[in-house]
Design a protein around this ligand. Structure first.
Ligand SMILES: [Zn+2]
Length: 530
C-alpha cells in the first residue's frame, strides 16, 4: 500500500469557499479508492484572502526537503489550493520530483506518477494561470456592476456593521458598535484628538478593535477615513467630488445611506498597492451610513490639515513631521525646502527641518536652528535600529512592563483585601441586626444602632478606596497594554520598516517616538517608553 499526505487551504474571504471538511473528505475518498494510506494533513486557513501567509504550506515543504516525511503522494483538492502561479507550481513540483513524491489534484484527475499526468499537469498549470487572469477580469467587471448599485463587495465586515442575514435589503447593517465609531470621530475632533490619542483612549476604555484586540494607530486611521461610515447627502457627495472622486449611484441618495469605495487597491502579485486617486470610485451605497456627513467631512479636513500643515503644497512629505522639537525653545521644527543653483546651472532641492521661533517672534524667543531632513531622518532611523538591536534597552523595556504588571498585581491584591474587609463589615452588621431582632432592650437598641452606623461609615470609606483602586487599575492596565504594543512594534522594526509605505512609516514612527529633540547636530530620541 502506498501512502500520502494532504495539503488543504481554505480561503475564508471567498464567498464560494469549499470548507476544509469537504476538501478532506474528498481527499480521503480518493485515497481509499486508490489504495493510498493518508498519513497526515497540512492545513492553512486564510482569513485575509490574499494567501500570502501559508505557514503549514511552508512547514510541509520544510518537512519534505528535510526528509522528515517519506511518502509517495501529495494530494490536494484543486490546483489553485496549492500554487498561485506557473512559476510557483514549477518550483514546488521540482522539489516534489527530487523527493520522488507524486502530485495528485483529485478534482482535476491528474496524477503525476503517470506520463499522461505530467503532460496534463503542464497544460493545466498554463490554464490555471489563464483562468486566474480571466477571473481577475470577471471580478473587476462584477465590482463595477456592484458599484453602480452601491452593493458592498465582500471581505471582512467593517467594525460597526454586521452581515444582514435577511435575503432582502442591504447586505450589511449597522450594529451596536456603530456608537463607538461615532465616538471615535468625536474624539478625533477634540482639540487634543489625534489618531494615536484615539487608539490609546480606546484601549484605556477597553473598547475592542475590529480584530477584537487592542487598537493600533493604523486600524484607527482606517476607521476615521473609510467612507463606508459616512452618511451620503448633498454635502458629502460634493465633498467627494471636490476630492476628485467619481461618485456613482447618486440618484439613490436619501440622506440615510453610506458610501462604498471601489477599486482602491490594485493587486500586485501577493500584495496590493493603493491605486492612483483618480481611478477611485465611490458610490452611494445600499447600506445605512453611521457618521453624519458634517462630522465625517470635519474629520477628513482635520486629517488633511495635520498631514499638510508643516508642508507647503507640492513639497513632498516629511517623515518626522510633528515629532521634532527645537532644544532651545521647545517649539516644533517644521519641514520645509529650498532650491539652490549648482555650478552647472541645475537646481537642487534641499529639505530641512527648521525652528521658526526666530522668524515668528524674533531672537528673544529663540535664535533658531536648521537641520537637513535627510540627515536628521538618517540619524533617527539609525538610532531606532540600534535601539531595536540593543538587548539592554529591550530588557529594560520589558522590565518596565513587568514592574507595571507587578504594580497591577499589588493593586489587585489590595482590591481583594478591601473586598474581604467590606464583606466582613457586612456580616458584622448582619449579626448585629440579628441580635437586635432577639432583644427587647431599649438601651441595647441605641447601642446597636450606633454601632451599625459606625460600620456603615467605614464601609463607605472602603468603597471609596475600592473605586480609587479600580480607576488606577484601569489606567495601569491600559498603559501596560500600550507599552506591550509599542514593544512589539519595536521588535518588528528591523523586519518590517523597509517594506512599509510612506504613510505607514510615518504612523509607525509616531506610534513609538514621543519626541525628537534637536540641539546643534545632537539628536535625542524620546520614546513612549520613558
Ligand atoms: Zn527654537
Amino acid at each position: 500500500m502506498k501512502n500520502g499526505i494532504a495539503y488543504i487551504r481554505v480561503s475564508k474571504a471567498r464567498a464560494n469557499m469549499i470548507t476544509q471538511d469537504t476538501q478532506l473528505e474528498k481527499i480521503e475518498q480518493y485515497c481509499s479508492l486508490h489504495d493510498i494510506e493518508l498519513l497526515s494533513t497540512y492545513m492553512d486557513l486564510d482569513f485575509s484572502g490574499r494567501s500570502t501567509n501559508r505557514p503549514d504550506f511552508q512547514k510541509l515543504f520544510y518537512d519534505i526537503e528535510n526528509d522528515n516525511i517519506d511518502v509517495d503522494y501529495l494530494l490536494v483538492y484543486k490546483l489553485d489550493r496549492f500554487a498561485r502561479s506557473v512559476n510557483d507550481f514549477h518550483e514546488y513540483m521540482d522539489i516534489l520530483d527530487k523527493h520522488d513524491i507524486n502530485f495528485v489534484s483529485i478534482t482535476q484527475h491528474f496524477d503525476t506518477s503517470t506520463p499522461m499526468g505530467r503532460l496534463v499537469r503542464n497544460i493545466l498549470v498554463d490554464f490555471a494561470q489563464f483562468e486566474s487572469e480571466m477571473v481577475g477580469e470577471r471580478v473587476r467587471d462584477n465590482m463595477l456592476q456592484n458599484a453602480q448599485n452601491g452593493v458592498w463587495n465582500g471581505g471582512p465586515v467593517p467594525l460597526g456593521f454586521s452581515l444582514n442575514e435577511d435575503e432582502k435589503g442591504p447586505n450589511i447593517i449597522p450594529n451596536g458598535r456603530a456608537k463607538d465609531i461615532i465616538k471615535f470621530y468625536n474624539w478625533y475632533l477634540e482639540s487634543d484628538g489625534t489618531i494615536r490619542n484615539n487608539s490609546m483612549r480606546a484601549n484605556k476604555q477597553r473598547i475592542p478593535s475590529s480584530t477584537g484586540s487592542v487598537w493600533n494607530p493604523n486600524q484607527m486611521s482606517r476607521i476615521l477615513k473609510n467612507p463606508i461610515y459616512c452618511i451620503a447627502d448633498k454635502e458629502s457627495i460634493k465633498y467627494f467630488e471636490d476630492q476628485g472622486f467619481e461618485v456613482l449611484n447618486k440618484q439613490a441618495n436619501d440622506g440615510k445611506r453610506g458610501f462604498i469605495r471601489y477599486n482602491r487597491r490594485k493587486p500586485t502579485g501577493t500584495t496590493s498597492v493603493v491605486r492612483d486617486k483618480s481611478k477611485w470610485l465611490i458610490a452611494v451605497a445600499e447600506h445605512e451610513g453611521i457618521v453624519p456627513s458634517e462630522l465625517y467631512i470635519k474629520a477628513q479636513k482635520k486629517r488633511d490639515k495635520r498631514k499638510n500643515k508643516p508642508v507647503r503644497a507640492g513639497t513632498g512629505k516629511s517623515l518626522l513631521a510633528w515629532l521634532t522639537k527645537c532644544s532651545k525653545c521647545g517649539r516644533a521644527m517644521t519641514y520645509s525646502y529650498s532650491y539652490s543653483k549648482l555650478a552647472d546651472g541645475t537646481k537642487k532641492r534641499y529639505n530641512y527641518y527648521k525652528c521658526r521661533g526666530k522668524q515668528q517672534q524674533g531672537t528673544i524667543t529663540c535664535e533658531g536652528q536648521t537641520v537637513k531632513a535627510e540627515q536628521l531622518e538618517k540619524v533617527v532611523l539609525n538610532k531606532l535600529h540600534s535601539l531595536c538591536n540593543d538587548n539592554d534597552f529591550l530588557n529594560g523595556s520589558r522590565g518596565k512592563i513587568n514592574s507595571l504588571s507587578e504594580h497591577i498585581n499589588q493593586l489587585k491584591e489590595q482590591r481583594k483585601e478591601i473586598n474581604s474587609k467590606i464583606n466582613q463589615l457586612i456580616s458584622e452588621e448582619e449579626n448585629l441586626i440579628n441580635t437586635l431582632k432577639r432583644s427587647n432592650s431599649e438601651r441595647l437598641l441605641v447601642i446597636i444602632e450606633e454601632k451599625v452606623e459606625e460600620l456603615n461609615k467605614s464601609r463607605l470609606e472602603l468603597e471609596a478606596q475600592l473605586e480609587e483602586i479600580q480607576t488606577q487599575l484601569l489606567d495601569y492596565e491600559a498603559e501596560e497594554y500600550n507599552k506591550q504594543i509599542i514593544l512589539s512594534h519595536l521588535r518588528d522594526f528591523n523586519n518590517s520598516f523597509d517594506s512599509m509605505s510612506f504613510e505607514e512609516k510615518r504612523e509607525f514612527l509616531q506610534s513609538v517616538i514621543n519626541k525628537i529633540i534637536y540641539n546643534e547636530g545632537d539628536v535625542k530620541l524620546e520614546l513612549f517608553f520613558s
